[in-house]
Design a protein around this ligand. Structure first.
Ligand code: NG1
Length: 479
């Protein structure tokens, strides 16, 4: 009986084949049993949030620019039961990797050590508590995100955001909070700052707003509020090109050690804005530096960057030049950046400005069915990430190169924050098995690393299993 009910709930999410043959049914059944073993039998609710792969538009989101991600069918699932008190008890189906944790929900939840998985749940709980301003009930939670169904960690596929989103979704639902999807997405992107990185909104938005077989073209600049005060964004679901598949290859280079470079990049972009504002005070983010917005040609925009931005600069040099305003000073402290950090402002800004243009060009190419142009734009994007943003690494460059040289590949690029992790490639339908086999073999020959690849299956956004919206559920479902 449970199997049939579960099957009905899982099929629209993963597709019928994945439920039994792909093992999803077994995964959920195991998670339900593990929950009962840990917390006792009784009613529970199920929630999931997917990881993502970004097709194009990297490091543009925190610059109010454009991104084009799709949600993957790999996800993190919570089996949850509300508690009468504020305690959150966390268990995981992989206790060695993710040990049990417990904390109480409050407006200021003490952090676990850096890298601890509980921090993502704490960030979500604290953000909900602060946003509602009222006491929240806690929960007993069992998390399931193991391979092959989970989102690989530290691979640029947004496992951290999937965890944040599923935690916020679960705690909101168990507390009867009826948050619109956009408000939840916004809350989750702010919640993730709890862990220390000053990320943008892409990952949490796609995890919540995704539709199956669609990429989301998201303009990361919030639209001016209307009278209701609700946040709004410009976005469009873009169908994936028929006859082509997206492949993801994991370079097997874990990138968590270099995560602190992320905040350096955000700082470099903000320094660029501060310097450009001396001539164009209307610029608030690098998104405003475009040919269209400034009434210039593309070549003139690049000339402007060359003229106004230094190749590199330090905090002391900024101070000496009189450009270190209060906001920048506060940023250096907030981002925990060291005093001797060198900021390569010009190439970083060049990447963001050209990447925004590439996302818009990609949308046009895809709408016109011009997949070759889209592949070319992916290649250009990687080049820019590698050379100007220095957010690639040798192994990832090798992997991208091997992909591009394979028959049937139209384009390939690093995806996510970079410095390791995954790449994404666009491949002609029917060629994917050959490309996967060949590139895996050549990559291990070249680097000694086993870079696992898979064909992307897209999935809908985060939700409670078996229902279509975030309204509170009355019925207990599993026993
Ligand atoms: P990943 O690769 O998931 O760490 C990060 C940011 C995104 C975006 C990309 C680069 C977080 C949670 N995510 O993604 O907002 O800036 O890098 O495009 O910080």
């Amino acid at each position: 009986m449970i199997d049939e009910t579960l099957e009905l709930a899982l099929a629209p999410v993963y597709g019928e084949r994945s439920v039994r043959q792909g093992g999803q049914l077994a995964r959920y059944t195991e998670a339900l049993a593990a929950f009962s073993a840990q917390f006792g039998r009784g009613a529970v609710r199920l929630f999931r949030a997917p990881g993502r792969v970004n097709l194009i538009g990297e490091h543009t989101d925190y610059n109010h620019g454009y991104v084009m991600p799709i949600a993957l069918d790999t996800d993190i699932v919570f089996v949850a039961r509300p508690r009468a008190d504020a305690a959150v008890n966390l268990r995981n189906v992989e206790p060695e990797r993710f040990p049990s944790r417990a904390f109480a929900i409050s407006a200021e939840i003490p952090r676990s050590p850096l890298g601890d998985w509980a921090n993502y749940v704490k960030g979500a709980a604290q953000a909900l508590r602060q946003a509602t301003g009222r006491e929240l009930c806690g929960a007993d939670i069992l998390a399931s995100g193991q391979a092959p169904w989970g989102v690989p960690a530290a691979a640029g596929l947004s496992s951290s955001s999937a965890l944040t989103v599923v935690a916020a979704l679960t705690l909101a639902a168990l507390n009867g909070l009826d948050l619109p999807k956009l408000a939840l997405a916004r809350l989750c992107s702010e919640a993730e700052w709890y862990v220390g990185t000053r990320g943008g909104i892409m990952d949490q938005f796609i995890s919540i707003l995704a539709e199956r077989d669609r990429a989301l073209l998201l303009d990361c600049r919030p639209l001016p509020g209307d009278l209701s005060g609700e946040v709004r964004y410009d976005m469009r679901q873009v169908p994936l090109p028929p006859g082509y598949r997206a492949l993801v290859f994991n370079s097997a280079v874990r990138r968590e050690k270099t995560k602190s470079l992320y905040n350096v990049r955000v700082a470099e972009c903000r320094i660029g804005v501060a310097l450009l504002r001396r001539r164009y005070p209307g610029i608030s983010h690098l998104r405003d530096v475009s040919a269209e917005a400034l009434g210039l040609s593309d070549a003139e925009v690049l000339a402007l960057l060359n003229e106004m931005l230094p190749e590199q600069i330090t905090r002391d040099e900024l101070r000496a030049a009189g450009t270190l305003d209060e906001a920048l000073d506060a940023m250096f402290a907030d981002y925990r950046l060291s005093g001797d950090q060198v900021y390569r402002v010009r190439p970083r800004c060049r990447h963001v400005v050209t990447e925004n243009a590439r996302v818009l060009a990609s949308e046009q190419a895809l709408s016109a069915g011009d997949v070759w142009r889209f592949g070319h734009l992916m290649n250009e994007s990687h080049f820019s990430m590698s050379r100007d943003y220095e957010a690639s690494c040798q192994e990832v460059d090798v992997l991208v190169d091997l992909c591009r040289k394979s028959d049937g590949v139209l384009g390939a690029r690093v995806t996510g924050a970079g410095w390791g992790g995954c790449i994404v490639a666009l491949v002609q339908d029917g060629r994917e098995a050959g490309v996967l086999e060949q590139v895996t073999r050549q990559y291990i020959e070249a680097t000694g690393l086993l870079g696992e690849g898979f064909v992307c299956a897209s999935a809908p956004g985060a939700d409670e299993l078996g229902i279509a919206d975030y309204s509170p559920r009355s019925a207990a479902k599993w026993d």
